[in-house]
Design a protein. Structure first.
Length: 424
């Protein structure tokens, strides 16, 4: 009897053990079903998306996010903001270290810094020359060019800003250039200062326009400047192409302004505030677009302002002309400026004007210019039609120096060198 009771207890113990094992297994199964699977490479890809064969890869110009309202969403087609921003030390002198050139003195080709809506500061290093474009057709003959030795200087105008503000024009987008095709051909100088900076008249005269240009055509299209002031100055100029008793009127235009401070018909004096810096019309950021117009108040009658605004003390101007061996102007030609003491190092660059729709200074007939050059000795360099050209030029305090680069016939290959060597 006692043995039977012991067997019954053993059977019950086994049953209870089996019962607890089964319940434990069921609980473990339910818990695993409720928990998420452990993280794997494929599951984390939902948080950091990786392009696949069915997903387009990012392009070089991605669409900006909707929240990036400060980023320009359209490529500008006209005047960009100046690429030199104001600082306490805006003047870059020839003592800065120029960028290197090749052994023959030709510029090292690289891309030009692009203008942006948030420009960088003034260049502390020398800008690098840009790629030389494919030569363009030469369509304008250099006939009846003025005698530069008889040119009458007309550096009449003061700066359009007082000395506490930035006063130099952009070196990357000067008059007569288009920033390597990115922008409209430039018919003025861009001088960048903060929004609301007072702009002053560069000379005495009469305000012949003051306000928005949405109904008055001042530029290539209406509303191009947004708001502008145009002053007809008290003095004009007599040229060799006019009668001795005929004086051509001179106008200055101040474009993209945020506020006009004078009225049409008002007499103004040099140094008088006429407007405030803005970014109205076709512009990327706050700056002044300054134009000089000769003969008529027309967009097609512009002159290079660098040849009309007095340079700072200790600085001068270079104006020049490039003509090929056949007597044609060489348009859109890269010109580099070098300090004479280090002629193999590049300091600044510009381009000759295009052949179309540009009028030269009546006394100089220039096709390029460098403003704000410290007085001293320099070398101009360029290359076209298979030849390198190097021309020394002296810059004098407060004066305009002229440089003529005349092309020579392209070198003829040596026939003897070109003859194949017979095989032995």
């Amino acid at each position: 009897m006692k043995q039977s009771a012991t067997q019954i207890l053993r059977i019950l113990a086994v049953l209870f053990t089996l019962f607890f094992l089964v319940m434990g297994y069921l609980n473990l199964t339910r818990n695993r079903a409720a928990d998420p699977p452990p993280a794997t490479a494929s599951s984390t890809a939902t948080n950091t998306a990786t392009p696949t064969a069915t997903e387009p890869a990012a392009t070089s110009s991605p669409t900006p996010p909707a929240t990036a309202t400060h980023t320009a969403t359209a490529q500008p087609t006209h005047t960009p903001t100046a690429t030199i921003a104001p600082t306490g030390t805006p003047h870059v002198t020839p003592t800065d270290t120029p960028a290197p050139t090749a052994a023959d003195g030709t510029p090292t080709p690289t891309d030009t810094p692009a203008a942006t809506d948030t420009p960088a500061g003034p260049p502390t290093d020398t800008p690098t020359p840009t790629l030389t474009p494919t030569p363009v057709p030469r369509t304008v003959r250099a006939d009846d060019v003025p005698d530069t030795t008889q040119a009458i200087p007309h550096l009449w105008f003061t700066r359009p800003f007082t000395d506490e503000f930035f006063t130099w024009g952009s070196w990357y987008y000067p008059y007569g250039t288009n920033n390597n095709g990115d922008y409209l051909w430039h018919r003025g100088n861009d001088i960048q200062n903060e929004e609301g900076t007072p702009i002053v008249a560069v000379g005495d005269g009469l305000a012949v326009f003051a306000g928005p240009d949405d109904t008055r055509l001042l530029g290539p299209e209406t509303a191009f400047y947004g708001q502008a002031v145009v002053i007809q100055h008290s003095r004009g100029i007599t040229t060799t192409s006019t009668r001795p008793d005929e004086t051509l009127p001179v106008f200055t235009l101040y474009g993209h302004v945020s506020k006009v401070l004078v009225q049409e018909g008002e007499t103004v004096t040099a140094g008088q505030p006429v407007a405030l810096v803005g970014q109205e019309g076709v512009a990327l950021g706050p700056h002044l677009h300054l134009e000089v117009r000769l003969g008529e108040n027309s967009y097609l009658a512009t002159q290079n302002p660098d040849l009309w605004v007095r340079p700072d003390p200790g600085y001068g101007i270079i104006a020049g002309r490039v003509v090929d061996a056949d007597g044609f102007y060489v348009p859109q030609q890269l010109i580099t400026l070098h300090v004479a003491a280090t002629p193999d190092k590049f300091w600044r660059q510009t381009w000759t004007y295009p052949d179309h729709r540009y009028t030269f200074d009546p006394g100089l007939g220039e096709t390029f210019a460098f403003a704000d050059v410290q007085a001293g000795e320099y070398v101009l360099k360029t290359r076209f039609d298979g030849r390198n050209y190097s021309l020394p030029v002296t810059v004098r305090d407060g004066e305009t120096s002229f440089a003529l680069i005349e092309g020579q016939p392209a070198p003829t290959p040596d026939i003897a060198d070109a003859t194949p060597t017979p095989s032995p």
